[in-house]
Design a protein around this ligand. Structure first.
Ligand code: SF4
Ligand code: SF4
Length: 296
């Protein structure tokens, strides 16, 4: 593999691949770095199924959210560089030993070429599970097209409806157009709804943007889209010192979004109870151990 990286909308063009590789804006280099892998029973019901979803948490991320709950590996790069053979082994063990329902690629974008190479020997052996492309939604349609074989399920966020918010909270210029184009791509490609779940994480102070995104889905796509509305925001990392991200969402904010979802006619999907906003219930990724194990 040689060349510059333009996999995400940032298109930083770092020379990441080949002998003289340099880290990209996201910190990814010329090997897939993995923090943890194992069955996860807390994803949306069609993804979790009976046997759990086989998550692979890749280190690094194309956004830098100041409220990131996974900062040890997303911001700071904790994890281990894997060879292609080692990554193949991870996918094989998830399928054969853990017996999971799918391969859930958590923020795969910087490592797509390596992932495709790693699963090929498994396909040749007849081991194949559906892929979940689990992402912030900050994606390029060109990349989605090129790696569509790694996307049976698109589990995409729509986090912001205003680019100023996306830049301030996640350092993600052009997020709104990119994430909406990604959701539209998945809606059209996966057969109008089959295989697309849009996550709406309600952020403190930004409930209006969540409502704007629901309005966009209902108007531009359809209220048949499966949406997963989440109250579980918990202040973490830099958000602890950055209002309004230093607090959970209020009940009033959250209910304004769930009521809007009902008004727009969304019937497919899931709405977390407001109690999920209780910080005592938070499953903070920053407390999760590395390597193989059940995700909890
Ligand atoms: S995935 Fe990382 S290295 Fe590639 S363009 Fe995006 S920020 Fe740059
Ligand atoms: S919150 Fe998600 S999208 Fe944002 S930096 Fe952390 S892992 Fe990346």
């Amino acid at each position: 593999m040689t060349g510059v990286c333009e996999l995400c909308p940032r298109r930083c063009r770092a020379v990441r691949f080949g002998a003289t590789a340099h880290p990209g804006w996201c910190g990814a280099m010329n090997a897939p770095r993995v923090f943890r892998w194992g069955p996860h029973f807390g994803e949306e019901p069609p993804i979790t199924g009976e046997r759990g979803s086989g998550c692979v948490f890749f280190s690094r991320c194309t956004m830098k959210c100041l409220y990131c709950q996974n900062s040890p590996w997303s911001w700071k790069g904790a994890g281990e560089d894997k060879t292609i053979a080692e990554l193949t082994r991870i996918f094989r063990d998830l399928a054969v030993v853990d017996g999971v329902e799918n391969w859930n690629l958590v923020s795969p974008t910087p490592y797509l070429p390596f992932i495709r190479e790693a699963v090929k020997p498994l396909f040749d052996e007849g081991i194949r599970l559906p892929f979940v492309w689990n992402s912030s939604g900050y994606e390029r349609v060109e990349t989605l097209e090129e790696y569509a074989d790694l996307c049976d399920w698109a589990l995409f966020d729509l986090r912001y409806a205003n680019d100023k918010s996306a830049v301030a909270a996640s350092a993600a210029p052009g997020y709104v157009a990119a994430s909406r184009a990604a959701v539209k791509w998945a809606w059209e490609r996966t057969g109008r709804g089959k295989g697309l779940i849009v996550r709406i994480l309600v952020l403190p102070g930004l409930a209006d943007e969540a409502i704007e995104n629901l309005a966009w889905i209902a108007t531009e796509l359809s209220s048949d889209v499966a949406v997963s509305i989440m109250a579980q925001y918990t202040p973490a990392y830099k958000a602890l010192e950055t209002p309004p991200f230093d607090r959970p969402v209020t009940r009033e904010e959250y209910e304004s979004v769930t009521e809007a979802a009902s008004d727009f006619g969304f019937e497919n999907g899931w709405i977390q109870g407001y109690e999920a906003s209780d910080p005592k219930l938070a499953l903070l990724g920053e407390n999760m151990g590395a390597d193989h194990g059940v995700v909890k």
